[in-house]
Ligand binder design. Sequence first.
Ligand code: SF4
Length: 255
Amino acid sequence: MNWNAVALYARETTGFDTRVAHAVTLLRSAATDHPDRIVQATSLGAEDMVITDLIARHRLPIALGTLQTGVLHAETVALIGRSEERYALPVEVYEPVRESVVHFVAKNGERAMYDSIALRKGCCAVRKLEPLSRMLKDRSAWVTGMRREQSNNRGAVAFSELDDRGRAKLNPLADWSWSDVWHYIAVNAVPYNPLHDQFFPSIGCAPCTRAIAVGEDFRAGRWWWEDEAAKECGLHVKDAPAADVVQVSMIGVPA
Ligand code: SF4
């Protein structure tokens, strides 16, 4: 059965306009503080599409970048073009080093991520962390769609923090609810991934994302075979292997 995410989730709640205004203020201030050195690292998920809309709507000089891991759903890949068309803003696409992927798969198999947390993190290092390090190279600030409500691990997400390389990391939707995200999408006709209509609240790589059932946790569809505490890919974990040093030579070695 297909679900319409807007009808399911969009609700206007008290303080919505204030939260939107605060997010814009935060983005504008960051763009001023980091001229030509700030990027939105978009996963193309619902939260990130809201942020892209805010950037475009308020003409904020913030670049857009995404990680094309090579194993995304077709719907996610198509959203890159849909976003560019809608907002007339280019999306920088960062792909993993091909040789690294070939080596990792040859050594560990196509389904290595299911074999151990170490191998799953190794795959994330190849397909996500190394490309992210290129996205953030020469940049002093980045923007994410992290929200406190997404999981226990993210319950203390700050609006602004420093990552482990000393870059500013902005989370302008930190205090938004899932209802806020979808209310904004509904009101502003923001393009979104149709997988959200099929009970995929959090969308990552195809092998590591599934639909959730009624009553399941927001991120239950991500790495569902692992413990809750392990459910981060390293992009937002301060003690993850430093992205800048994830080189071809270590690819294939479980992190
Ligand atoms: S989310 Fe899954 S497929 Fe994507 S990089 Fe991580 S382990 Fe690999």
